[in-house]
Every structure is written in structure tokens, then in C-alpha cells.
Design a protein around this ligand. Structure first.
Ligand code: IPM
Ligand code: MG
Length: 367
């Protein structure tokens, strides 16, 4: 048996800092005989600085070969002046598109220790456990035509929202499959009241449901109403399935319900490879946070929990994923907080590195 392979792409801003803490976790698993073949490469602005492109072809090729990619974050003000085609974000979007990672799983879970920290009332968020499944390889992010061109004496900016039936059906299946392992409920969100692509979305989700998943409870909501309901009473949801752009917005909203963007992991999954594992990329939902980069203020938990998702969805190590999630929960219960989570009484401020060390210590204590 060969070791599972991981490509680590720390990226920009706080990406390398939070990834350093994930490396500690990976090393801890190594000491327990669970060894990963880890390679590391550049993405985003860091890749642009060296190669003049936010994702080198060799890196893209490596990403296609490994069992899973773990990415930190991309972007920063330094790169704002770059041409759109070589902006850091293009590197990430190319990975998603070429690996065909159509199902983006974004769980929003509220840890008990942080329930007071949310901007919403404690009873609204305590025990929250929802999963947003965002379509990630199509829609307005990739639709053609697109661009900025001149019409008469002014410029026009164009993007196209476009979905095929098969693109909708496959992400709907991913949502129904996942719901069966959770609360067995799916809410599909679009804007069928104003967009034809939304009408098709609703039709196809309804058809897939009737034909293949009648046992799962399905509801539909307009995405704007969905945003409202997410802040009003988020616990009404189990799995939410939605398109690329609405999913981008709704997942930031859902993340904030839990107190901090620094807590939320994600998995982007594609079709199974020859070895049966899905094409996969794991990354925190948060961005590169250039304003706090290099100061030990970043919260490594989102990135560490992204590795936990890799254990669960790529490596079939659900029990180890649960162990790691429990270690995070225990550290929070002890009152350890990175800078994004300060403000409550009686908590202990810790640096990025100290948070990583504490999580590894909990892992060691768990065996
Ligand atoms: C996300 C991010 C990305 C997106 C950016 C960095 C391109 O906001 O993963 O949610 O818009 O998809
Ligand atoms: Mg986003």
C-alpha cells in the first residue's frame, strides 16, 4: 500500500501561517503510523511572484495526480494592480475548474464554547450544524460570454449565468447523498422568480429528487429569502444546495453565524479517480487576511478542520476526523482564543502557533 498523497498550497497572506499549524497535525499523525506523502508548491500571488502566473502548469498537473490538495488562501492588496487574467484568485479558480470540483461542501457548525460570540442570540446559534453545498465549477463564475467591452461611448461589463441540466443534477445528487447521512433534509436556493437558470435549477432538483431520493425531505427557497431565513432561524436547515454565486454569499453569511470566519473549513469534491477517491481540494472559507498576516493573530482552526474534512472525505478516516474535531472543541472549551475570537471574559489569548500546539497536545491526550 502506498501512502496517501497530499499537495499543500499555502498561498498568500495568512495562508502559510495557518498551514504551518496543519503541518504539525499531519506530523502528529505520522508519529502514529498514519503517514502522508506531502509535497508543497506555490499558488496565488506567491506563484505569480516566482512564475508570473498564479498557478504554474506543473502545479496544476501535480494537483491532478495527488489524492488531495490542501490550500491556504490567495490574494492581497499587492496584487490588486495585476491584470485580471493573472490575479491570485485565477489560480484557485483554475484548480476548481480543471479538477472539475463541482460540489463545494461548506459546513457551518457552532461550537458550544463560541455560542456567546456570535452576533446573533445564543439560542439562535447554539448547536447549529448546517451544510451548504455550493456548485463550484459553473454559473456566473465561468459562463460565456463575459468581459468588458465598448458599446458606443461607454463600456459594458458582462457575465453570464449558465447551467446545464447535468451540472445541476450532479450537485443535487451530492446534496441528497449527504443529507441521507445527516438530517435527511435539503433546501434548494435559487431565484426562479427572476432567472430562467433558476427555473431550470428548481425543475432539475425536483426531478432528481422524485426519481432517486424521494425519502429525503426537499424544499425550495428564493435565495434572498434564504439569506433572511438563515439569520432568522438557521437551525431550520440541514443541507442547503445552491449555485456558485449564491453559494459564495450564503456561505459567508452562514460562517459568520458561528462567530468567526476563522472557524470554517470546506471541501471541494469532484468525480472519483481511478483509485476510487474523489478529486478533492480542501481549504478554509476565510481569505488571506493581509491586514493581520505575519503577526501570529490568524486562527488556524478553519485550515485544521479542512484537513479533518480531508481525513473524512478523501481518506476514509472518519474516526480520525472526529478525533481532530474533538481536539479543536476541547481547546475551545479550555478557553483558548486566537485574536479573531477575543472579547469574552475569562478567555486566554493565544497566538496562531500556540493554538496549533494546543490542538496537537489534545490529540496526544486522546490516545
Ligand atoms: C470563496 C472565495 C473565492 C470565491 C474567491 C477567493 C475567488 O470568496 O472561496 O468563497 O469567490 O469563490
Ligand atoms: Mg467567498
Amino acid at each position: 500500500m502506498t501512502n496517501p498523497s497530499l499537495l499543500i498550497l499555502p498561498g498568500d497572506g495568512i495562508g502559510p501561517e495557518v498551514m504551518a499549524e496543519v503541518r504539525k497535525v499531519i506530523d502528529w499523525y505520522g508519529t502514529r503510523g498514519v503517514t502522508f506523502d506531502v509535497s508543497e508548491d506555490l499558488v496565488g500571488g506567491a506563484a505569480y511572484d516566482v512564475h508570473g502566473t498564479p498557478l504554474h502548469d506543473d502545479t496544476m498537473a501535480k494537483a491532478q495526480e495527488v489524492d488531495a490538495v490542501l490550500l491556504g488562501a490567495v490574494g492581497g492588496p499587492k496584487y490588486d494592480v495585476l491584470d485580471f487574467s493573472v490575479k491570485p484568485e485565477r489560480g484557485l479558480l483554475r484548480l476548481r475548474k480543471e479538477m472539475d470540483l463541482f460540489a463545494n461542501l461548506r459546513p457551518a457548525q457552532c461550537f458550544d464554547a463560541l455560542a456567546d460570540f456570535s452576533s446573533l442570540k445564543k439560542d439562535v446559534v447554539a448547536g447549529l450544524d448546517i451544510m451548504i453545498i455550493r456548485e463550484l465549477t459553473s454559473g456566473v463564475y465561468f459562463g460565456e460570454p463575459r468581459g468588458i467591452h465598448r458599446e458606443g461611448n461607454e463600456r459594458v461589463g458582462i457575465n453570464t449565468q449558465r447551467y446545464t441540466e447535468s451540472e445541476i443534477a450532479r450537485v443535487a445528487r451530492a446534496a441528497f447523498e449527504l443529507a441521507r447521512k445527516r438530517g435527511n433534509k435539503v433546501c434548494s436556493m435559487e431565484k426562479a422568480n427572476v432567472m430562467e437558470s433558476g427555473i431550470l435549477w428548481r425543475d432539475v432538483v425536483t426531478e432528481v429528487h422524485a426519481a432517486e431520493y424521494p425519502d429525503v425531505e426537499l424544499s425550495h427557497m428564493y435565495a434572498d429569502a434564504g439569506a433572511m431565513q438563515l439569520t432568522r432561524w438557521p437551525k431550520q436547515f440541514d443541507v442547503i444546495v445552491t449555485d456558485n454565486l449564491f453559494g459564495d454569499l450564503l456561505s459567508d453569511l452562514a460562517a459568520m453565524l458561528t462567530g468567526s470566519l476563522g472557524m470554517l473549513p470546506s471541501a471541494s469534491l469532484g468525480l472519483p479517480m481511478a483509485n476510487g477517491r474523489p478529486k478533492a481540494l480542501y481549504e478554509p472559507v476565510h481569505g488571506s487576511a493581509p491586514d493581520i498576516a505575519g503577526q501570529g493573530k490568524a486562527n488556524p482552526i478553519a485550515c485544521i478542520l479542512s484537513f479533518a474534512m480531508a481525513l473524512r472525505y478523501s481518506f476514509d478516516m472518519g474516526a480520525e476526523a472526529t478525533r481532530l474535531e474533538k481536539a479543536v472543541e476541547d481547546v475551545l472549551a479550555d478557553g483558548l482564543r486566537t485574536a479573531d475570537l477575543l472579547g469574552e471574559e475569562g478567555v486566554t489569548p493565544v497566538s496562531t502557533a500556540a493554538m496549533g500546539d494546543a490542538i496537537v497536545a489534545k490529540l496526544s491526550a486522546s490516545v
